[in-house]
Design a protein around this ligand. Sequence first.
Ligand code: UDP
Ligand code: MG
Length: 199
Amino acid sequence: MGTVSDAEKKPAVIFVLGGPGSGKGTQCANIVEHFGYTHLSAGDLLRAEIKSGSENGTMIQNMIKEGKIVPSEVTIKLLQKAMQESGNDKFLIDGFPRNEENRAAFEAVTKIEPAFVLFFNCPEEEMERRILSRNQGREDDNIETIRKRFNVFLESSLPVVEYYDSKGKVRKIDAAKSVEEVFEAVKAIFTPKEEKVAV
Ligand code: UDP
Ligand code: MG
């Protein structure tokens, strides 16, 4: 632990952010297929933790039902474990960090800064329409919880996007289009451009 060679092997992380229903999970699956990243959805990891019957399960379940943000240490532990177990060194972290505290804690604990933040920008009406029509059996996909999730997104998660934007790290995507059109925009971000030599 803590050797120099560990420090050199820091994985590459991209945070994938956007409101509930903005298409993060769908587009992450496309990115995995084309660019070899491992997709870690913080929400999926938390739902798996509930199912596993962990001692935190009830607390996590209650927070998700209310659209609230689970304490950072719980989520960060799950993310770290998933990163270690993946055997990969490049990750899409989807739906995290959700607030400033998540962000600061992740950077402090892992010493990892994201390469960039992929931000799916989508109007609320479109996100609401998508969530209400996707039938994933999620306890938080009802109109009452959706409204709470939108508020948490605006109040707590958008400031994280703004923080990274101030560091020039946000790649913003218009997410109100079809899955195919959005993926074209995503691909343009992940495909390395040929270096052009300024003369
Ligand atoms: N959640 C959380 N911390 C995270 C990610 C998710 O507390 O880092 C909780 C939160 O209650 C959120 C819910 O899990 O509303 C669902 O998150 P997910 O990312 O799966 O939903 P999405 O925004 O993609 O619809
Ligand atoms: Mg999701």
